[in-house]
Design a protein around this ligand. Structure first.
Ligand SMILES: NC(=O)c1ccc[n+]([C@@H]2O[C@H](COP(=O)([O-])OP(=O)(O)OC[C@H]3O[C@@H](n4cnc5c(N)ncnc54)[C@H](O)[C@@H]3O)[C@@H](O)[C@H]2O)c1
Length: 462
């Protein structure tokens, strides 16, 4: 029998321990009075029977969501998957004990057999979201769908309309909305302590090595093969702006380009691969030998043996795979810096900057209100009140120990999704497809504006 869960149960289920989430100094308590709460606590129930799910694409993200089934087996059980790379397929089948008849090579195969689970988790590459999403909805599955929804506005609309027609739950993986840091920020904004919202500045410092890994050498380097940067990376940011303002975006403009990771900037003596005798390898910040082999970092997209010395396998991948390529000799075209200017209802303005050339990561945000302002960097929140001159600080590490990526957002979403599917009710989710449509429309419009050198009306998202 279902029963409402208390906050402690819920935090445990997503791997967040919350230790006294009030602002420590009692004098400031009225400024930020509330602890972290789920958007709609009354929507949470004990899950009596785990939600069963099939993973389409057992790569990095597929494994992240599947691993939630190990943390909370009473909420989620993985019962099948599709993955074309044999190494990944075997690793996934072994870890989640998937029977042979429920191991598939490609997403199409999942839908050739009778429906055998509650949901499909779609973590295939960006260009392979539309096909599995439409097929899964046709067969009556609920969906956990990685962002971006799809590669065009028409495709996004098709998925949305089919979800409505089939009455299915579609959660989009805008995971930051489930992270304690951003939950707290939203709570502060909604509490009214900043007065009427006037404007927001949001910056995403991608960090230069992350840029080189994902957007120069890696999966999201080419806008035709995946998506423009604004969809591939920054749809999270447009989503955050909509969520925080709680208003529609009316007009948008954008500038940006690929300044640095181009052939004409290749240093003299550089070679097509870092392993090819490059004359500047020892001093290049983007040396693949340094990043992957010597520092053993950013290895999560490489298929490496679980045990023993990984060195020979890394070297082999650098000699033959995408991550060994010189950053100045790749087939990349996505921007390394972009600004987006937005007008929201009620005169609220926002500016967003995506910056690849930074030594640091972690979104920087400033929210300006008529009675106070907020400054955040994914660790600390500083809230100032103009009337009292008081400043309150809230630090995520002091108040919430998170057990998953994206500041705890990954498991937060997995938990909310399991809740929603088990109850046949989207209420526990704050990132249903209908909530995600407008941020995607903003991204498509901003890209048109950037290409045409104009500004664009954003219009209706449905
Ligand atoms: N929510 C987030 O913050 C976040 C973060 C990173 C990536 N993503 C998104 O998640 C998705 C997956 O990214 P990733 O980092 O896991 O990439 P990945 O390359 O590690 O995983 C994708 C997997 O899909 C498999 N695949 C390819 N073709 C397939 C097919 N026909 N059928 C089934 N599987 C197939 C690949 O072999 C690979 O293992 C992308 O859309 C990406 O943009 C979201």
């Amino acid at each position: 029998m279902n029963r409402s869960w208390n906050r402690r149960d819920a935090l445990k289920a997503i791997g967040i321990t919350a230790a006294g989430v009030m602002i420590p100094n009692g004098a400031y308590a009225d400024l930020v009075p509330q602890p972290i709460e789920f958007p709609d606590d009354t929507a949470l129930r004990q899950i009596d029977k785990p939600v069963t799910a099939i993973v389409a694409g057992a790569g990095n993200r597929g494994n992240v969501y599947a691993s939630y089934s190990e943390r909370n087996p009473s909420a989620l059980k993985i019962v099948g998957f599709a993955e074309p790379i044999p190494f990944r397929s075997k690793r996934f089948a072994d870890r989640y004990k998937i029977s042979a008849e429920r191991q598939f090579k490609t997403w199409e195969d999942i839908f050739k057999v009778k429906k055998f689970a509650d949901a499909v988790i779609i973590t295939t590459p960006d260009a392979l979201h539309y096909g599995p999403a439409m097929a899964a909805l046709e067969m009556g599955y609920d969906l956990l769908l990685e962002k971006p929804i799809a590669q065009s506005w028409q495709q996004c609309s098709d998925i949305m309309n089919l979800a409505i027609r089939k009455d299915r739950i579609v959660a989009i993986c805008h995971v930051l909305r489930y992270a304690p840091f951003f939950r707290k920020m939203k709570e502060i904004v909604d509490s009214g302590v900043l007065g009427k919202m006037v404007s927001i500045q949001l910056m995403e410092p991608v960090e230069h090595i992350h840029m080189s890994h994902s957007f120069v050498r890696g999966n999201w380097r080419n806008s035709r093969e995946s998506n423009p940067m604004l969809l591939a990376k920054s749809c999270h940011d447009l989503d955050l702006l909509l969520w925080l303002t709680n208003k529609h975006c009316t007009r948008i403009g954008s500038f940006g380009s690929l300044t640095w990771f181009r052939k004409e900037n290749a240093p003299q003596g550089s070679t097509d691969r870092c392993t090819g005798g490059c004359a500047v390898e020892a001093t290049c910040p983007y040396s693949a030998l340094k990043i992957y082999y010597r520092n053993r970092s950013w290895l999560h997209h490489m298929d490496l043996p679980a045990e023993g010395d990984k060195g020979p396998a890394i070297l082999d991948q650098l000699k033959n795979g995408p991550y060994g390529r010189c950053v100045y000799h790749c087939d990349n075209d996505v921007v390394d810096h972009q600004v987006v200017s937005m007008q929201f209802e009620d005169g609220i303005t926002a500016n967003f900057n995506m910056e690849a050339h930074t030594s640091y990561a972690g979104r920087r945000i400033r929210i300006m209100g008529t009675e106070g302002d907020l400054i955040g960097d994914e660790r600390d929140l500083l809230v100032s009140n103009f009337k009292t001159d008081m400043v309150a600080r809230w630090n995520v590490d002091e108040h919430a120990a998170t057990a998953s990526g994206h500041g705890g957002g990954d498991y937060g979403l997995a938990y909310a999704f399991a809740q929603a599917v088990s109850q046949h009710n989207p209420a526990p989710l704050s990132t249903t497809i209908s909530s995600a449509m407008e941020s995607h429309l903003m991204a498509f419009r901003a890209e048109e504006a950037r290409a045409e050198g104009t500004t664009k009306a954003v219009g209706e998202a449905r």
